[in-house]
Design a protein around this ligand. Sequence first.
Ligand SMILES: *[C@@H]1O[C@H](CO)[C@@H](O)[C@H](O)[C@H]1NC(C)=O
Ligand SMILES: *[C@@H]1O[C@H](CO)[C@@H](O)[C@H](O)[C@H]1NC(C)=O
Ligand SMILES: *[C@@H]1O[C@H](CO)[C@@H](O)[C@H](O)[C@H]1NC(C)=O
Length: 506
Amino acid sequence: MNIVHIFFILLSIWVIWAASVSIILRNYSSNLRKTNRTRRTDLLRKLGRDSKPQQLVGFFHPYCNAGGGGERVLWTAIAALQRTEPNIVSVVYSGDTDATKDEIISKVKARFDITLDPKSLDFVFLTSRKVIEDSTWPYFTLLGQSVGSMYLAWEAMSKLIPDLYIDTMGYAFTFHVVSLLAGIPIGAYVHYPTISTNMLNRIKSRKRWHTNSDVISSSAFLSQGKLLYYRIFMYYYSLSLRSAAFIMVNSSWTQNHINGILQHSDFLLDMSHRLVFARFLLSSKYGSATSAQIVYPPCDTREISQFPLTGRERVILSLAQFRPEKDHPTQLRAFHKLLQVRSQLKLVLIGGSRNSDDDARVNNLRSLSKELGIENNVEFIVNAPYPTMLNWLSRASIGLHTMLDEHFGINVVEFMAAGLIPVAHKSGGPLQDIVVPFNGQPTGYHADSVETFAEALQTALSLSDAEDLAMRQRARTWAVQRFSEEEFEKSWNASRWKSFLPSSEI
Ligand SMILES: *[C@@H]1O[C@H](CO)[C@@H](O)[C@H](O)[C@H]1NC(C)=O
Ligand SMILES: *[C@@H]1O[C@H](CO)[C@@H](O)[C@H](O)[C@H]1NC(C)=O
Ligand SMILES: *[C@@H]1O[C@H](CO)[C@@H](O)[C@H](O)[C@H]1NC(C)=O
């Protein structure tokens, strides 16, 4: 046997592999599509909507009953669809098999005060959600969850095929399954990239890694292995995202990362991919997103934006869980510095404590305030009930935020909507998205060290009455407007999701 023989044997194996996978897939997916018809009709009949043409928009959100920020986005989007698109039925793929449709709808009402119409909403319950749980994958968590999510998407598509698929939980690997089996357009709302910057940076600096490592030490071997793992993962993550027709993101931070990932290219892996998978898993016929668009999540500012803007007390308020990255010591030190030039001030730190580590941190902060001799002007309120927090938001003058590189900072939005002047860290969401000029005028202050925080606090407290009121007014107007449901709906519309809905209807 010479090299030519081997080449032809390999080539035939490859052709057989590619052809059989392609035939099996085609068969399977055409079966799915046939049975899809009955399943759709059943669903529409159940909702009493089988008389008019209807389109289905499917939302992949396996934890839809969780009641967090991601769920607010989901339900706000669906409520907007229900209001503006009478011929669209929303279908949520949920793994909450322990809840019924009515229970989920009433929980959404209680938790978010969002009213959903049961007539144009239905659920497809997925029984295999455990395949995406952390605990199922103690090792290779990223990979395990991603493969698991593909399995879950398969369950979803075999239960019902919508006309447009939107993933709102960040399971990009499901796109391949949806595109292969259902051949429908895909969109995504991404809160957070699956691959962290950390990994991205390692991959970017892989040249340095290669040349730095000693050739055969076992740890170098391991890190090379890990690097390859990340690299392959990154390649497929990027490929997945590119098979979406449109991508929305919740902040500038996420946008930067997702755009970076969309541009990611890896020639060697691309070649190997094409060799192994032939033409499957290539981008869909609906075009692929080349950049992500920001759709800020809506914040509920209805109640706090009614608080009075005048008559505020000389109180500086901090709202942050007692976690290390929130950097409470800087707040105490800056306040200490401020007290050297000003008196009659109070610092109130409200925050949650999740465990004994957090408790220990609170104790350390108390000791620090004694050490600095400011304990009489500082009040800690741990795990405050909601009304207490609202009460301080209605009285305090300044909202203080010190976390470096916070992706967003909903507490800063709340400060502004409640009428406080924000003094926030000069990085991340508070710098790029939240405390930004409105009509060319500032809406608050930024700082990045004990000294600059003390100065910013001093400046904010020294405004004339007129300037003070104008600043609060601007901050409130801006926060309420930018993070409102209407703004959310406008940007959601601007993603052109509707143009991807096939016009063929039942
Ligand atoms: C599912 O069935 C409906 C109703 O017949 C049809 O309009 C739709 O195109 C089908 N979806 C797919 C992916 O075949
Ligand atoms: C975007 O989502 C991430 C992850 O859930 C969250 O940490 C961040 O605060 C969100 N940003 C906004 C603007 O809500
Ligand atoms: C979004 O688009 C729908 C029509 O598709 C329209 O009725 C609605 O008013 C739009 N919303 C906003 C806030 O522009």
